[in-house]
Design a protein around this ligand. Structure first.
Ligand SMILES: [Zn+2]
Length: 178
């Protein structure tokens, strides 16, 4: 049972961001509604990707758009990724960690196999920012965020901001109101 009304932008340190998300399985109307809401959130926040846990949903789904446009947005349900090509460092942000940017190592190539909104499996080879976005969003489904991939020095730099996010979260009611 998917409570789509609970779908909303969710930031660190919400518990849903730290766990391994559940498979979606059958693509129902609820899942299609959820995907629509996730796309709205992603576009409103001007992100190139958003994963289920970031929308407060403990589900293996993410949306991504190479140019942050609605036309190019695609939905990836129960995705698997395949990486290759060695590692490269580049700066990343995360809608669930506002105010934090970090240099993160990612593979240079990445393809994703996932289910679309009609229930069909498809494979897409990542291009441009999607190469990194696929790896970043897949991480979210495993409960991993960029703060977990930062080196020690970057972590020291981010500590104050993480403390602020924790305080904001507690002041907003913590995990209780979700
Ligand atoms: Zn993120």
């Amino acid at each position: 049972m998917v409570d789509v009304d609970k779908c909303c932008m969710t930031c660190f340190p919400a518990a849903v961001l730290g766990g391994v998300a559940e498979p979606v399985g059958e693509v129902t109307d609820d899942i299609r509604r959820l995907a629509d809401k996730m796309i709205d959130i992603m576009l409103e926040k001007r992100g190139v990707g958003l994963a289920g846990p970031q929308a407060g949903m403990n589900l293996r789904i993410f949306v991504a758009s190479i140019d942050a446009s609605r036309e190019k947005t695609r939905v990836y349900i129960d995705p698997e990724i395949k990486v290759s090509g060695g590692l490269e460092i580049s700066e990343e942000g995360c809608l669930s960690l506002p105010g934090i940017h970090a240099k993160i190592k990612r593979y240079k190539q990445c393809s994703v196999t996932a289910t679309d909104l009609d229930g069909n499996r498809f494979t897409e080879v990542g291009e441009g920012v999607l190469i990194r976005a696929f790896q970043h969003e897949f991480d979210h489904l495993e409960g991993i965020m960029i703060k977990d991939r930062m080196g020690q020095v970057q972590m020291i730099g981010a500590r104050k901001r993480l403390r602020q996010l924790r305080e904001d979260f507690e002041n907003a009611g913590g995990d209780e109101d979700r």
